[in-house]
Design a protein around this ligand. Structure first.
Ligand SMILES: Nc1nc2c(ncn2[C@@H]2O[C@H](COP(=O)(O)OP(=O)(O)OP(=O)(O)O)[C@@H](O)[C@H]2O)c(=O)[nH]1
Ligand SMILES: [Mg+2]
Length: 393
């Protein structure tokens, strides 16, 4: 069986790629560390320590745990301090926000978890059909307990902002269609920043047997094992931006994009899209009679917003591509990578039309770039690397 706490992949290529990134990151972060005792940064607020204890106590009573992780960081979004308490439990790992993760790599991750004998399912908490599939798996896993126990407890846990409350709301909605609730429907608070849920709260989703799902506050560990894990968590939105600072997170994102050569992929797919548009235009010309028919497509809401964002994305992609393709340094070298990133910050400022002398221009650039990434506008990503599966017999 493969181990669930694997070493990072160690191919030569991978190590080379990481060297540049870690170099840039270490420099940028200076003395900063992702530990609770890390000085000025409020990395592990007191409420998380208390919540972690409360979660640990409840996990003992739970019949099943749904551990929600972020699909973009299937390993980095695991709470390491809770793992040992979960290994003896019925557990399903729900890789949420699959809409933001690269679908071409997702199956490698499900395969990886399978090889560790760990149930795992990629989901989108906002999609009913996706959550229904998770519920089917939960029911299947609890089949025996359902026939035996009068009351069952399912806990939903995970690091901040991975979508635990959004998932609970979808589960609750699906369940209430089957089993009408008398009282006014409770809703869990959902929000874009980490730390929305502060208390453990129960939601009844079935009777005979009574099944409760528990929403819990997102908790991080007091000491994150390496800087890059901390940066991935920040990029995904599990850590408050103020802890690391938007500029450092954006710098990390640019390091990742450059070392992966992502701007070259954008260029290719943008070319394909333009070719596609030309092709469509020709088709249109040939079937011009169609144009005379009344168009029944409803107008898009906030069309100007959509156009604005699309245009911004194109400009950002172009700027990053132009700097990378014109760069004669080596992106694996940390100094070269750093100067490339500097050039890209300047190019982004222009692309985003932020005035040259604007105060805090770099911060503004960083915030916009992070917003685009987190909304999936720069494309789907998986930031963790799939560990090599080593089978021990
Ligand atoms: N794109 C996408 N966004 C999601 C998904 N699930 C949740 N979100 C968004 O992620 C953000 C966080 O969701 P929450 O449900 O509040 O996350 P949480 O895990 O309860 O967070 P804490 O209570 O802070 O621990 C919200 O803006 C949600 O709308 C998903 O599957 N896809
Ligand atoms: Mg929550």
């Amino acid at each position: 069986m493969a181990t669930l706490n694997p070493k990072p992949p160690s191919s030569l290529l991978e190590r080379e790629r990481m060297k540049g990134i870690t170099g840039v990151v270490k420099k940028a972060l200076g003395e900063m560390e992702f530990t609770a005792a890390g000085g000025a940064i409020n990395w592990f607020p007191g409420h998380m320590a208390a919540a972690t204890r409360a979660i640990r106590d409840r996990v003992k009573l739970a019949d099943m745990v749904i551990e929600v992780r972020d699909s973009r960081i299937p390993l980095s979004s695991a709470n390491q301090d809770l793992q040992s308490h979960l290994s003896s439990k019925r557990r399903i790992i729900a890789l949420n926000k699959k809409d933001l993760a690269n679908p071409n790599i997702m199956h490698k991750w499900t395969h990886f978890f399978e090889s560790c004998n760990q149930d795992c399912i990629p989901i989108n908490a906002h999609s009913k059909s996706s959550v229904r599939k998770l519920l089917e798996l939960v029911e299947f896993k609890l089949k025996e307990a359902i026939s035996r126990e009068p009351t069952l407890l399912v806990m939903v846990i995970g690091v901040p902002n991975v979508g635990k409350s959004a998932l609970i709301n979808s589960i609750h909605q699906i369940a209430s269609a089957r089993f009408p609730v008398q009282e006014k429907m409770k809703r869990a608070n959902v929000g874009p920043l980490p730390g929305v849920t502060q208390d453990i709260a129960g939601f009844k989703i079935a009777h005979q047997p009574s099944i409760y799902v528990l929403d819990t506050p997102g908790v991080l560990v007091p000491s994150i094992k390496d800087v890059e894990t901390g940066l991935k968590l920040s990029l995904a939105g599990s850590v408050k931006d103020s802890v690391v600072g938007e500029e450092r997170i954006a710098q990390y994102l640019l390091a990742v994009l450059n070392t992966r050569g992502t701007p070259f992929h954008w260029k290719q797919s943008n070319n394909r899209r333009t070719e596609g548009i030309q092709y469509e235009a020709e088709e249109m010309h040939r079937f011009s009679l169609n144009d005379l028919r009344p168009k029944r497509r409803p107008p898009l809401p906030n069309k100007s917003d959509v156009v604005y964002v699309e245009d911004l994305v194109t400009q950002v992609q172009r700027a990053l591509y132009a700097m990378l393709s014109g760069f004669d340094g080596n992106v694996e070298d940390e100094n070269d990578l750093e100067s490339l990133i500097e050039l890209q910050f300047e190019a982004l400022q222009k692309a985003m039309k932020i005035p040259h002398k604007a105060a805090e221009a770099r911060l503004k650039v960083s915030k916009k770039l992070l917003t685009l990434f987190r909304a999936g506008k720069l494309g789907p990503f998986i930031l963790d690397d799939v560990p090599l599966i080593t089978n021990h017999h």
